[in-house]
Design a protein around this ligand. Structure first.
Ligand code: LLP
Length: 418
């Protein structure tokens, strides 16, 4: 559910015509709906209201500070994977006691900063990392709270690039060696075991992988507790899918209905790390049709947003719905919607049946709020898109469009070239 709807034939972001925003701020333009983000966050919070829980929004989906501030004010925690994301989360006002820190490659400096800021826990992904956190914590004379990220060997039934919970993946500690690693954690003097974490993938559209993974993880949890480990936090990761095309993914209430009975009376705080399901359908990318070109059996619609702005179609062959901002009656055509970048992989849609586009008109690329701007780059020396947030009938720029100066700001010409 989101608040990008047509009123008459004109697309609105909440109560603001999208065309007004495109004219005012230019394109390519990311537009986010305040009410949609809030609604999605609350859907989690309300679904799990009967059980102690923390919703740790996965920053990687979208790190815009205004969006983070909105989530922080709503009571969200954060799932982070880098010192940069820690910096952003704290800056937005997310309390450190609601921050969980994942990632297979945490550096010494990042571990130090996280310890200094007293994050809730490190989700540890290897034995080497566990020893490193122990060493750094020892030097700082603190105890590091940790959970082990357990790879439950479950097929999340999603795109191979975003499936993470099978034994061939680089993530987490295999469930077979979990006890041995928890044993090691207990022996390390500067480590305090507080939790257990799993995350099996992203854009998951079925509930069964969650149930299967939960059953496996709870067996492990019970064994650990019988061995006197004080596991207080059970972190089930993120991954809930959204509807890009015609998927019907479970909603947080479905998750709660299936998972809470499995937890059945165990005393824990449940942690979730949703990213996409909070911001994915809360954002759209507006682009302008620059040129039209006849190809073999199809048309090319050349637009001013490229793979540098939205990488998902190129990288995962992901489907994003594309529709005219002003939807008047017209014929349907088959078209490739392509960007200005010098690669054949630069497309937003391929062989898409869609309304015939007019040169110069605005198009909305839907469901672009997650892994859109956060994965964007300046490839081909294209300054990054601007971002706007709409709340009711008000709108505000939340990130300025990149400039030409931004492209070269951090470059240094060495003395021998001067
Ligand atoms: N927790 C962990 C440990 C993760 O690795 C991820 C996502 C999440 C939570 C949030 O997952 P979500 O609820 O957003 O599915 N760039 C890809 C998605 C990569 C997901 C990486 N990890 C895409 O555009 O589809």
């Amino acid at each position: 559910m989101h608040f990008f709807t047509y009123k008459g034939n004109e697309l609105y972001a909440e109560d603001v015509p999208v065309r007004t925003l495109a004219e005012r701020y230019g394109t390519p333009l990311y537009i986010y709906s305040y009410s949609t983000v809030l609604r999605h966050f609350r859907a989690y919070d309300e679904a799990f209201a009967s059980y102690p829980h923390i919703i740790c929004y996965a920053l990687k989906a979208n790190t815009n500070g205004a969006l983070l501030r909105l989530l922080a004010k709503s009571g969200s925690g954060a799932d982070i994977v880098s010192g940069g994301e820690l910096f952003r989360a704290l800056k937005a006002g997310i309390p450190p006691e609601k921050i969980v820190y994942a990632g297979v490659g945490k550096t010494e400096a990042e571990i130090m900063t996280a310890l200094k800021n007293r994050v809730l826990m490190f989700n540890v992904e290897s034995e080497d990392e566990l020893r490193e956190i122990d060493r750094v914590a020892g030097r700082m004379k603190v105890k590091a709270p940790i959970a082990l990220r357990i790879n439950p060997d479950i097929n999340a039934q999603t795109h191979p690039y975003i499936s993470t919970g099978m034994k061939e993946h680089k993530f987490g500690i295999s469930i077979g060696s979990a006890l041995q690693n928890y044993g090691l954690a207990a022996r390390l003097k500067n480590i305090e075991v507080v939790g257990l974490q799993k995350h099996i993938g992203s854009q998951i559209t079925k509930i069964s992988p969650y149930v299967e993974a939960m059953e496996k993880i709870l067996l492990l949890l019970d064994t650990l507790r019988s061995r006197k480990f004080r596991i207080r936090y059970l972190d089930i990761g993120g991954g809930l899918g959204i509807s890009y095309k015609d998927e019907k993914p479970p909603v947080p209430a479905d998750l709660a209905r299936k998972l809470l009975p499995l937890i059945n009376g165990r005393k824990l705080t449940l942690i979730m790390e949703p990213g996409r399901s909070i911001v994915g359908n809360a954002g759209i990318l507006i682009t302008r049709a620059l040129y039209l070109k006849k190809g073999a059996g199809k048309e090319f619609v050349i637009v001013d947003a490229g793979m540098n702005d939205l990488m998902r179609p190129s990288l995962y062959d992901a489907y994003h719905h594309i529709q005219p901002v002003i939807m008047n009656k017209r014929a349907a055509v088959t078209a490739d919607v392509v960007g200005p970048i010098c690669e054949s992989g630069d497309f937003l849609a391929k062989k898409r049946r869609m309304p015939k586009v007019n040169r110069g008109e605005y198009l909305a690329v839907m469901s672009a709020g997650a892994y859109g701007m956060s994965m964007s780059s300046t490839y081909n020396s294209r300054p990054q898109a601007a971002e706007v947030m709409v709340k009711g009938s008000t709108h505000s720029l939340i990130r300025k469009r990149g400039t030409l100066d931004d492209l070269v700001r951090d470059e240094v010409i060495p003395g021998f070239l001067k």
